[in-house]
Design a protein around this ligand. Sequence first.
Ligand SMILES: [Zn+2]
Length: 368
Amino acid sequence: MKIAFVLALLAATLFSGTALGREPRGRPTAGRSLIELTGPDGPVRGRLELRTSDAAWLTDDLGALHALPLAGVREFRRVDDCFAPLPTPAAAARLRAESDDDAAVFATRHYLVVRHASRTPGTFGAKLERIYASVTGWFARHGVRPREPEFPLIAVVHPSFASFAAAAAAEGASPSPQSVPRALKGYYSPISNRLSVWEPPGGAGDASFEATLIHEAVHQIAFNTGLHHRTGGTPRWVAEGLATALEAPAFLSAAGSVRPSDRVNPGRLHRFRTEPHADGYLDALVAGPHGDDLIGRDSLTFYGEAWAFTFFLMHTRGDRYARYLRSVGETTAADADDPAARRAAFHAAFGVAPGRLEGELARFVAAL
Ligand SMILES: [Zn+2]
């Protein structure tokens, strides 16, 4: 088949009238077809998630995304009228088959946890479910009920840094296992939709391991419950601000105080307090020339600012912040993502430009 013909067919039969990427929330998976696109690396099957001007995004039955440049698509066919996620037992069996011989897969209500069987059975599933309940509960209390995830949330707990680094390189998170920094304790990939961590020798009780697990779990929850969109469009300060705000154990403790001063993330607060902040730094954070690009910026300063602003918004304007995330979660790779669009989205949610909140934020932080 000629490329032009394939593209015309794609446009006519798949994309027309579906307004991809702008569908109402909570769309049913039934009724959307299972298709197969054949690109340079062979066929990929899944549901069409989004089409941009130059790529088609497919979601496969385990929840991973595949972005195929349209120019490379040689063939497409409709495999079935209905796409369906793999049922959890089949998903667990597939994960088990692709893992090392000594790995085990544990299922909880929302999670499939892949773990090294030689370690003492841990409580990762229960811990992740508690994080899930806390994060979604916060948004529900502020008027935005997060969606149930469509796919099981996959968490892979590697027994060693070497195994973690090999998997990170295989997933494309790093060019080679050798180039994975040893300080990296875990990550979440919106493409594979998996959370990956490596368990330190001290086990899961290690405090920085715990913080990493919560941080990456928050990213995964946000990307699977409609607070961020997996094809893109979530400003980095939003994603990192939410994860750093919630990584402080006190924030997620159901029994803990709700006073802001009891819920701070001490490391981020210290960083924010000890750095100078130029006038207009919040405008730059939300819609500045750097955008998501950390080049020329110290990443810990960026994280400190993202944490402080998010923590402040959650405590002073929680309902508006929750609605802002819901609107950010509808922004896909097909939408314009430029400073003007980011400024407009912020203004629509909070009724003010970010920079106008600098004085109030300074007083809020001083009182913590
Ligand atoms: Zn992060």
